[in-house]
Design a protein around this ligand. Structure first.
Ligand SMILES: NC(=O)c1ccc[n+]([C@@H]2O[C@H](COP(=O)([O-])OP(=O)(O)OC[C@H]3O[C@@H](n4cnc5c(N)ncnc54)[C@H](O)[C@@H]3O)[C@@H](O)[C@H]2O)c1
Length: 258
């Protein structure tokens, strides 16, 4: 029997995308899981259990890959209700370092153009259905700057405004578009910070709730925004960051009593 609802998740090989794909599948969705390689998606067991997951390997920078992923949802499950455009990279280089502008172009290609292509392909199916939800992954780094992270900062600021603009254009077709913005979250993207415990602790000290996010914290926000409970929310970005974006950063937070 085909699942009654279907989600596509990019960047499903690791971290937030993996936790989100798993949560949607565990709660009854058919899931199209997208990531760079088939090996990265082997955790889905899609070959053994084709009823729950379909996997599509390739880069979100490729328009054909985005088309293929949406076609996989329609061909396998007959519909596409939710598209979670979550694949993203960091990798800003210092100003004036060789390759800094090439790095910017690559980051914008994955984090902004990849998301725009994902919106474009999902919208083509969702318009004909008369409904759908599109949820790009943003970041607290899209609100302000981080030292040494300028290309990533620019890309995530662009996604926050892309969400608003797409919501205006697609709302009349019954399509909602919202962002989910993580703060510091324990994933493959941030694992190198485990080698820098002092820096990691300094970041934790800026988070009012006193801990880093877990991928499942973010998955729950995608779940809410995809649901009927969020039926009147569009063009917004939900910050799921333990409160770090509420902090102007001028003063140290009070000592955590725990
Ligand atoms: N971890 C954090 O602290 C944090 C904070 C704010 C925002 N984010 C955002 O969350 C999203 C998910 O990142 P994560 O933290 O889970 O990192 P992650 O590295 O664990 O997972 C990202 C996944 O995206 C895949 N990917 C990268 N480039 C791709 C491409 N071109 N095509 C297809 N797949 C690609 C990777 O292979 C990986 O499996 C990203 O958009 C990231 O910018 C993360």
């Amino acid at each position: 029997m085909k699942p009654s609802e279907v989600a596509l998740v990019t960047g499903a090989g690791s971290g937030i995308g993996k936790a989100t794909a798993k949560m949607f599948a565990d709660r009854g969705y058919g899931v199209v899981a997208v990531d760079l390689t088939a090996e990265g998606l082997s955790w889905t067991g899609a070959e053994a259990d084709p009823g729950r997951y379909v996997t599509v390997a390739g880069s979100v920078t490729d328009e054909g890959l985005n088309r293929e992923a949406v076609a996989a949802a329609v061909d396998t499950f007959g519909r596409l209700d939710v598209s979670i455009l979550n694949a993203g990279i960091t990798g800003s280089k210092p100003w004036n370092e060789s390759g800094a502008i090439d790095a910017l172009r690559h980051i914008l290609d994955v984090n902004v153009v990849g998301v725009a292509m994902g919106i474009n392909e999902a919208a083509s199916v969702m318009k004909s259905q008369g409904h759908g939800v599109i949820l790009p992954t943003c970041s607290t780094s899209g609100l302000r700057g981080d030292p040494g992270n300028w290309a990533y900062n620019a890309s995530k600021a662009a996604v926050i405004n892309l969400v608003r603009a797409a919501a205006l254009d697609l709302g009349p077709f019954g399509i909602r578009v919202n962002g989910v913005a993580p703060g510091p979250t324990e994933t493959g993207l941030t694992v190198r910070l485990n080698q820098m415990p002092e820096l990691k602790q300094a970041m934790t000290n800026r988070i009012p709730l006193g801990r880093w996010g877990q991928p499942e914290d973010l998955a729950e926000v995608f779940w809410f925004l995809a649901s009927r409970a969020a039926a009147f929310i569009t063009g917004d970005t939900v910050f799921c960051d333990g409160g770090i974006s509420a902090n102007a950063g001028h003063f140290a937070l009070p000592e955590h009593p725990r």
